[in-house]
Design a protein around this ligand. Structure first.
Ligand code: UT7
Length: 309
């Protein structure tokens, strides 16, 4: 019995912050941001809390999956911007959804958080401990950004994405996955004492390309799948140059790599579920396709997962 993604959902705040808007805030330019990162605009949650965004994305995913909140056995929420120190954002989401006294917890793995959470969900499904799991990535990064630091404030955006996973009887499955961490590299990307994101961008860039390339190869080899057999790659959206370098190293053509960073920037744990949802809606990801997900972020953490959608 496999693990199937039964439905996907997103919530993106309405307010758009463009590169031109940022030119008025810090010493930057649309030209620099576009050529160095691929980002044109990002969403900002002025009014929405991280729980509100997670709730809307979750309702969207539950309705797409045809699953009622009370049918869930487990909620796993990945975020680096939790609403409170405790209770967990997953517990706050449980209450908003009216999901019953469900098992609920947060995963803290920065930009790899959604992949970590989906991997845990897969283990619960395969072990028989859960039948229906809600996996959410939700971030309000605008509150973790130092708006006077041009090296980071142009990169991030807010949003939430969710999937509902359950038992598969039709060949859909999570075929292979590998997750890693290396805390000795924590200085490359972390939140300072004020909670602001700090990064050593150039070094991180190299680690991102190398680690995602290695883990993608490992996962493909575990599943006995060649890069050319992959129908779609959905990478974490941190920088379009990282994505292009990764695709080139893997020998996967750009047309098979999903990119939406130009509209949302880096939404950390929300980036993969938002991209997954859009790939399905745009007809780029169809049932039966082989899709490779990969992410890298603060920790450092990184991982990859191959699924038959
Ligand atoms: O999500 C987790 C994973 N995240 C990542 O992996 C991010 C990885 N890193 C990156 O994506 C890139 O390193 C950045 C986009 C963060 C930076 O791009 P870069 O090409 O590595 O630029 P840089 O940091 O080497 O800076 C180049 C120049 C510097 O000026 P000097 O020293 O050459 O005079 C910066 O001060 O660009 C300057 N700069 C800017 N200029 C205009 C840095 N930020 C800006 C800015 N606008 N916003």
């Amino acid at each position: 019995m496999g693990t199937k993604i039964l439905g996907t959902g997103v919530y993106l705040p309405k307010e758009v912050l463009t590169n031109e808007d940022l030119e008025k805030l810090v010493d930057t330019s649309d030209e620099w941001i576009t050529t160095r990162t691929g980002i044109k605009e990002r969403r900002i949650a002025r009014r929405e809390s991280v729980v509100e965004m997670a709730t809307k994305a979750s309702r969207d995913a539950l309705s797409d999956a045809g699953v009622k909140p009370e049918e869930l056995d487990l909620i796993i929420l990945a975020t680096l911007t939790p609403q409170m120190r405790f209770p967990s954002t997953a517990c706050l989401l449980q209450a908003q959804l009216g999901a019953g006294r469900v098992y609920a917890f947060d995963v803290s793995a920065a930009c790899s958080g959604f992949l970590y959470a989906l991997d845990v969900a897969d283990s619960f499904i395969k072990s028989g401990k859960a039948n229906r799991v809600l996996v959410v990535g939700a971030e309000r990064l605008s509150e973790a950004v130092d708006w006077s630091d041009r090296s980071t404030c142009v990169l991030f955006g807010d949003g939430a994405g969710a999937v509902v996973v359950g038992k598969s009887r039709d060949g859909s499955d999570i075929l292979a996955s590998r997750m890693y961490s290396d805390g000795s590299l924590k200085e490359l990307l972390y939140a300072d004492a004020c909670g602001y994101i700090r990064m050593k961008g150039r070094e991180l860039f190299k680690h991102a390309v190398r680690s995602m390339d290695e883990v993608c190869r490992e996962v493909l080899s575990l599943a006995g799948v060649k890069p050319e057999e992959v129908d779609l790659v959905i990478p974490h959206q941190a920088n379009v140059r990282i994505i292009n370098a990764l695709a080139e190293k893997l020998g996967i053509p750009k047309e098979k790599v999903f990119v939406n960073i130009e509209r949302y920037g880096n939404t950390s744990a929300a980036s993969i579920p938002i991209a997954l949802h859009e790939a399905v809606r745009e007809g780029k990801l169809k049932r039966g396709d082989l899709v490779l997900l990969t992410a890298m972020g603060g920790g450092l953490t990184w991982g990859a997962m191959l699924l038959r959608f």
